[in-house]
Design a protein around this ligand. Structure first.
Ligand code: GLY
Length: 366
């Protein structure tokens, strides 16, 4: 078992990573339950994993009522938040109880937010079942639902009590979702770890083929990177945590243009966005052109979009910049961008001229 600590003082917690951990979750979680039930919230795609978890908890003497919500982004809504909090109250949950989020980013975000407000805050456990949730959203305490005005606009920072990651659950994840999650793995290399990006180039094929060691290494390394960044800047106030948004500003424009739909998954938009951030940096003379080409080549090699055309976006620069202006990262009239000096050397730039961005994007579609 690999254990990575997220060092946040009184809110510190462990992320435990081990193949087969889902079936052993009961023995790990029983001490937290202190004889109380541990309600599980999951989605309609995860019946088999949920059965494994319930059986494991039962074997450890922990009862676990289950709420199964519809799979998909629309579950991050006020309506499902109300249904979930009503159900938790009906279960008699008290503040010292632990609610288990078994699922991808949607379930993790919703349960995290619900438990941040239930009885003014109770505990929760993350058991992420997608690669994206394992390497990004389950760690760091960002929780939210969507509103009519945009994604993740209603939420709270609420850290889990523990995160249990079983890389084996990825065996049943659709390849497209695995690829989308992989964008966030490669991201950690691009941010500040050129050596890890080189590892990704050499080992992505094994990871996609199901090699357990490649998967465990990718997940462990990513979680360790995220834990380090979150410990340095839990609430994204100093700019360190903002590095995790590499590719997200360009990506947000692509997601908005494709209607936040299955046409372009979040991780796919992040991949195209990272390629665009590097290409823009190269065009501005900030980063070697060969680094931008290497980023695009790797994303292409694993089947991720490496720019506008591959993401299926034909909109002009002004339209895409218009979408960026609705990004929640806007600070007044300024939009902070993550740009690159090289692979492994990204930085936050709050002085980017949006007209230059629009002209660059026009050049991408020309
Ligand atoms: N997913 C970005 C963050 O956790 O800050």
């Amino acid at each position: 078992m690999t254990t990575i600590s997220v060092a946040l003082g009184a809110r510190s917690y462990d992320v435990r990573i081990e193949p087969g951990l889902l079936a052993r979750a009961g023995e790990v979680l029983a001490p937290l339950s202190r004889g109380r039930p541990m309600p599980i919230v999951t989605d309609t795609n995860l019946a088999a994993h949920c059965e494994t978890l319930v059986a494991s908890l039962a074997a450890a003497g922990v009862s676990a009522p289950v709420l199964t919500l519809p799979a998909g982004e629309s579950t991050k809504s006020w309506a499902q938040l109300e249904a979930l909090t009503d159900w938790l109250l009906a279960q008699g949950v008290v503040r010292s109880d632990h609610v288990i989020a078994l699922g991808g980013g949607v379930i993790g975000d919703l349960v995290g937010f619900a438990t941040s407000i239930l009885k003014r805050g109770c505990n929760f456990v993350q058991i992420p079942t997608t690669l994206l949730a394992q390497v990004d959203s389950s760690v760091g305490g960002k929780t939210a639902i969507n509103s009519k005005a945009g994604k993740n606009l209603i939420g709270a920072f609420h850290q889990p009590a523990v995160v249990l990651i079983d890389p084996q659950v990825l065996d049943t994840l659709p390849q497209r979702e695995l690829r989308a999650g992989y964008a966030e793995v490669a991201k950690y290399g691009l941010i500040d770890d050129a050596g890890f990006f080189a590892w990704c180039e050499g080992n992505a094929a094994a990871l996609f083929a199901g090699d357990p060691q490649a998967r465990a290494h990718a997940i462990g390394h990513s979680v360790a990177a995220k834990a380090r960044i979150v410990a340095a800047d839990e609430r994204e106030t100093t700019g360190t945590r903002a590095l995790l948004n590499l590719g997200h500003t360009f990506g947000h424009a692509l997601e908005a243009e494709t209607g936040f739909s299955d046409k372009l998954l979040h991780g796919e938009a992040v991949a195209a966005g990272m390629a665009l951030a590097f290409a823009f940096s190269a065009e501005q003379g900030l980063c070697p052109a060969e680094d931008a080409a290497r980023v695009a080549a790797h994303l292409r090699a694993v089947g991720l979009p490496d720019g506008l055309a591959a993401a299926g976006v034909t909109a002009d620069g002004a339209t895409l910049v218009g979408h960026m202006l609705h990004d929640k990262k806007m600070e007044g009239s300024t939009l902070p961008f993550l740009l690159a000096r090289a692979i492994g050397r990204t930085y936050l730039d709050k002085t980017v001229d949006l007209e230059k961005v629009a002209a660059f994007l026009d050049g991408q579609t020309a």
